[in-house]
Design a protein around this ligand. Structure first.
Ligand code: CA
Length: 243
């Protein structure tokens, strides 16, 4: 059964979410503060498939919870609830490690569709890493220039260092690797990796690229693997200087 942790201090909203998500067949647990959420998540005694995380919380806020989760090695797909008209919140949320966001107030059917999207992308990531039969199949690891990405364990190894990747970081890297050598537009990344359409702000992608560059580039300011393609997006080069 899919288990959802709802982190929300407004009781009527939290109980409304519980009621509706349970009606969808999910098992729901509510944490009414950031501290309570971190207590549950970092203890690791319970397994969750998705976290719905409000930003405005008493005590530590959703951004803090998000970054502490990731620092604590919890890479559960997480959707943040942001206030309408605050694009900065979206960017901060992604920077802290969020996988998706929804602005309040939201339509319940949209929330459920987003949860399905997160679970589908997680399953896609897990299943595509387990196939590996034919030569064109995506493997569970990809090695380039002394770096190895493990898509099943969501880790990037660079020499002796291991960087944990979030689901979305791994998905974005996989997508760029799939089109190795070719320019990939920000719009296609939003659609294929995040399943976002319309006129979604593409700046979060740039934040993701900045983070990936910190992991894989010797000098993130002079990238050799993750190149900017002006006016379009990015291009991944596995072996710089050999192409
Ligand atoms: Ca709140």
């Amino acid at each position: 059964m899919t288990r959802v942790l709802v982190v929300e201090d407004e009781q009527h909203l939290a109980e409304g979410l519980r009621f509706n998500l349970e009606a969808e067949g999910y098992e729901v647990q509510v944490a009414d503060s950031g501290e309570a959420a971190l207590g549950v998540l970092l203890a690791g005694a319970q397994r969750f498939d998705v976290v719905i995380l409000d930003i405005m919380l008493p005590g530590v806020d959703g951004f803090h919870v998000m970054s502490e989760m990731r620092l604590g090695g919890q890479f559960i797909p997480t959707l943040m609830l942001t206030a309408r008209g605050r694009p900065d919140d979206v960017l901060r949320g992604f920077a802290a490690g969020a996988d998706d966001y929804l602005t309040k107030p939201f339509d319940l059917s949209i929330l459920i569709a987003r949860i399905h999207g997160l679970l589908r992308r997680r399953d896609w990531l897990l299943s595509s890493t387990n196939r590996g039969s034919g030569p064109t199949d995506e493997r569970d690891t990809f090695t380039f220039d002394g770096k190895t990405v493990s898509f099943d364990t969501l880790e990037l190894r660079v020499g002796d260092r291991v960087f944990p990747l979030t689901l979305m970081e791994a998905n974005l890297l996989r997508y760029l690797i799939r089109y190795e050598g070719k320019p990939v537009s920000r719009k296609s990344m939003l659609e294929e990796v995040w399943a976002l359409h319309e006129d979604t702000d593409t700046r979060p992608i740039d934040n993701f690229i900045v983070r990936l560059r910190r992991y894989i580039e010797d000098d993130p300011k002079r990238p050799r693997h993750l190149l900017t393609v002006r006016g379009i997006g990015y291009r991944f080069i596995a072996a710089p200087g050999l192409d």
